[in-house]
Write a protein that binds this ligand. Structure first.
Ligand code: PLP
Length: 408
């Protein structure tokens, strides 16, 4: 008899985006003339940068010819991309990361989801609330939690991100082993200072813990005092893994390319307390279960680091940041408190006592604008909504004018 991994039965079905779709469909049926503007989902809307498209075309042409054809590549990624990443994303900012500490993959979703399998099921895991759900669900699947009760899984140490801590969680009051952090944050859009991040690095060093730092939105940071990488903090290489993605900076959500940094110094322990390098363990997992990102896609990702690519990526992220600034300005003018939108494409808005879904319905019914209810990201998201800057400027202008009109 084939029996299942019963931890899967603990998972809460995520109705968030299907519930949103249902409510939008009902509204559209009742108001067929109304055009709806979607500021809900975190997917980019603009085309790929020209430098990436050109590199992609050229690489496809190479693939057509026997002499320049590429079959299986190195699982960890081609050297040309790993070197470009190490030089541009880290060494140029004073973070001493080498090319062979970069693992190219097809997404930060898979990497943030997969990494937990390297750790003991006994590990105590700290996860932010509200949260990008992948961190939580993959730990549930692995059996690191008890049942779901009262909006939370037993056994998880939740890092509340709330107004009182400016949406940057406080250090755990008990010992934890594995810590997920994400800055600029999805869903709140909050950022972390170097000093704050250093307290986490220090905590991890003191407690022999590991930080999993998701920096998928680093390209939106414009405040030069904010860290783009955790490795800008001294000592982080011993205690942190970092996840990056080409999805949000270069619009690769449908193209798929990302990477994970596992420094050689990064140290983990066995049950006897003996030290191990994390790097060979992740390398082993990656090579066993993953066969590399396709050559044309890696060439397209490499083009992100060309002079033209850098300028185009800046233009792309500036475009979304202009949308975010407009959302922030209008929502503030209406008297709402919010966080994010400055160095992030997300704006997290306090509904002034409204339930998240009530706020969602109000925006949909009165303004024809779709947001994401904050309660879908965790208990601490209740009462909030997330607006995303991923749309055209014209649509954002129209959406905010409608919201202003409706809520004045
Ligand atoms: N990490 C965070 C915080 C995200 O919000 C997302 C996507 O929305 C991802 C990772 C996934 O990135 P990728 O497209 O590289 O899988």
């Amino acid at each position: 008899m084939i029996t299942i991994n019963e931890h899967y039965l603990k998972l809460q079905a995520s109705y968030l985006f299907s519930d949103i779709a249902k409510r939008v469909a009902t509204f559209q049926e009742q108001n067929p003339e109304k055009d709806i503007i979607k500021l809900g989902i975190g997917d980019v809307t603009r085309g790929l940068p020209a430098a990436c498209v050109q590199a992609l075309h050229e690489a496809v042409d190479e693939m057509a010819v026997d002499a320049s054809f590429h079959g299986y590549g190195p699982e960890q990624g081609y050297d040309f991309l790993r070197t470009a990443i190490a030089e541009n994303d880290f060494q140029s900012r004073g973070a001493d990361i080498a090319a062979d500490e970069i693992f190219v993959s097809d997404g930060a979703k898979c990497d943030t989801g997969n990494i937990q399998e390297l750790f003991s099921t006994e590990a105590v895991v700290a996860i932010p609330d509200p949260v990008y759900p992948v961190y939580l669900d993959t730990n549930v699947m692995a059996g690191r939690t008890g049942e779901f009760a009262d909006g939370r899984y037993q056994g998880i140490y939740y890092l509340d991100s709330v107004k009182d801590n400016s949406f940057v969680p406080d250090l755990p009051s008990k010992k934890v082993d594995l810590i997920y952090l994400c800055f600029p944050n999805n869903p709140t859009g909050s950022t972390i200072t170097k000093e704050q991040l250093k307290t986490w690095v220090d905590y991890a060093r003191e407690n022999k813990a590991l930080i999993l730092f998701d920096a998928a939105y680093e390209a939106f940071i414009r405040d030069e005092s904010l860290p783009k990488s955790i490795y800008e903090v001294e000592g982080a290489k011993e205690v942190a893994v970092e996840f990056r993605s080409f999805s949000k900076n270069a619009g690769f959500t449908g193209t798929r390319c990302a990477y994970t940094v596992v420094p050689k110094e990064c140290t983990v322990y066995d049950s006897k307390g003996d030290k191990h390098q994390l790097h060979p363990l992740w390398n082993r997992r990656h090579c066993t279960k993953f066969n590399g990102v396709s050559y044309p896609i890696q060439k397209a990702a490499e083009a992100v680091y060309s002079e033209a690519g850098k300028a185009q990526i800046n233009e792309l992220t500036d475009y979304y940041l202009k949308n975010a600034a407009l959302i922030k300005k209008e929502i503030t003018a209406l008297g709402f408190d919010s966080v994010g939108g400055d160095n992030s494409p997300y704006i997290w808005i306090d509904g002034q006592g409204r339930d998240s879904w009530e706020f969602f319905d109000m925006l949909l019914n009165k303004a024809g604008v779709v947001c994401t209810p904050g309660s879908g990201f965790g208990k601490c998201g209740q009462g909030y909504i997330r607006l995303s800057a991923f749309n055209s400027y014209e649509n954002v202008e129209k959406a905010m004018a409608r919201i202003s009109q409706a809520l004045k």
